[in-house]
Every structure is written in structure tokens, then in C-alpha cells.
Design a protein around this ligand. Structure first.
Ligand code: DX5
Ligand code: ZN
Length: 230
């Protein structure tokens, strides 16, 4: 099942509630919340207080993407203010296993993210520990960047790796997803699609309708044989 996770980073924060309610009504499956600390990435976005407001706007799950160093420090706090999924970066954790355990103990689903330059193979030891893997298809830090085509094969590789372990874990893709490349990322094995600019820039209802229709009418293109059967 494909899911859309609109990234609130691309909204106008002066009207955050309005933007989110429109995407919610138009069929957002969850909302992607990009937390940046100015250390792990060269940008600062928002943190706990905004999460508290966001939680009041929607009942949909909050998909929190922590782009902060030593995310272990803040897992409990984000869970407390209503995160449903907490994704940490492999590159930022002191101990990935500890992070996974903390997220689960806090009652959330756990995600593990890698940057474009990080090999997919680093995820292999953690396949059973996480409910979702996030493949970044831009350098984390900013919305509105161009999809890095070289990352498509990381999605394929990860889906094959999960298949090898008989796991049907969610693969989230984040960065530069547009009408032009949505088919490519679905074919490659992603099923949770983060979209900032593609949902919130322009007509939100129109954009959401386009992607919902795309999912409904999606016919796998270049899926490897074994994926076609499932
Ligand atoms: C980038 C963030 C993304 C970003 C996506 O660091 O992790 O979630 O908001 O925005 P678009 O879809 O505009 O690339
Ligand atoms: Zn993100």
C-alpha cells in the first residue's frame, strides 16, 4: 500500500493549520515533520513547540524525521508531544540499537534514515529492529531540491535486501519527489512517499488528487520479477 506523507517544511508557517487541514482533507496518510538542529544539517527548522501545535491540527500520524546529532537525547520528548513514527539518522546516532529500543519503548514506530552518500548495506544489521527505512534522495537540510537519480538504485537494493529476509518493511523516500519521478520510486520499491513542494506549492487539492490517482492506477513498470508476484 502506498502512502503520502506531506512535509510541512514546505508550508507557509503563518498559515500552517490551513495548509495542513487542506492536505488532510485531500487524503494525506500522515504528516512528515522535519526537525533540523543546524548541526547535523546546515539549517534549523523547528522543534517541540511546533510539534505540540501540529498535533492539535490533525489526527493523522506524525512522521517525525529527526535531522539532529545524537537523536537518542530527544526521542522521549518527541514521543511525549505526539510523534507516531520517529526516524533517526544512521549517521547521527551514537548507538543505532539504543535508538531503536528507545523509540519502541516510547510507544512509537521506529525509522532509520540514510543520507545519499551512505551505502545501503549499512542498514543490513538493523533490518529487524526498524519498522521503516528512509532513503534520502537529496542532501538533507532543505526542501525544494532536485531528486538525485543515483539514489534510485539504493531503493531497489534495499527492497531486495528486505525481500531476502522475508521482511515487508516500509521504505520511505524523501527529497525532490515530483510527478516526473514518482513512478520511478514506486517501481524501485518505495511505498511511503514524502512530498513537500509537490504537495504544498501550487494547488494542494489538485496535487493530492494527482498523486492519489497515480497510486490507484499504478501499474508496476520495471519491478523485478519476484516483486511483481507480491
Ligand atoms: C529535506 C527534508 C525533506 C523535505 C522534502 O531535508 O528531509 O523532507 O522537506 O521536501 P521536497 O519534497 O520539497 O524535496
Ligand atoms: Zn524529511
Amino acid at each position: 500500500m502506498f502512502q503520502i506523507s506531506p512535509s510541512i517544511l514546505a508550508t507557509d508557517f503563518a498559515c500552517l493549520g490551513d495548509y495542513m487541514r487542506r492536505a488532510d482533507m485531500a487524503g494525506a496518510d500522515m504528516f512528515h515533520v522535519d526537525v533540523m538542529d543546524g548541526m547535523f544539517v546546515p539549517n534549523i527548522s523547528f522543534g517541540i513547540p511546533i510539534m505540540e501545535s501540529v498535533k492539535k491540527i490533525t489526527h493523522k500520524p506524525l512522521d517525525v524525521h529527526l535531522m539532529i546529532v545524537q537523536p537518542e537525547r530527544y526521542i522521549r520528548e518527541f514521543a511525549r508531544v505526539g510523534a507516531d513514527i520517529i526516524t533517526v539518522h544512521y549517521e547521527a546516532c551514537d548507538d543505532v540499537n539504543v535508538a531503536a529500543a528507545l523509540i519502541h519503548e516510547s510507544g512509537c514506530k521506529a525509522g532509520l534514515a540514510i543520507k545519499p552518500g551512505t551505502e545501503t548495506s549499512v542498514l543490513e544489521p538493523y533490518l529487524e529492529q526498524f519498522d521503516m527505512f528512509l532513503i534520502m534522495t537529496v542532501e538533507p537540510g532543505f526542501g525544494g531540491q532536485k531528486y538525485m537519480r543515483k539514489c534510485t538504485k539504493k531503493l531497489t537494493l534495499l527492497r531486495e535486501m528486505l525481500d531476502d529476509y522475508d521482511l515487508d518493511t516500509d521504505i520511505e523516500v524523501d527529497g525532490g519527489i515530483t510527478r516526473e519521478n514518482i513512478g520511478t520510486v514506486l517501481d524501485a520499491g518505495a511505498n511511503v512517499i514524502v512530498m513537500g513542494s509537490s504537495v504544498f506549492k501550487g494547488d494542494i487539492e489538485d496535487n493530492m488528487k494527482y498523486y492519489r490517482n497515480f497510486f490507484d492506477n499504478y501499474v508496476p513498470g520495471k519491478l523485478p520479477e519476484e516483486r511483481k508476484k507480491s
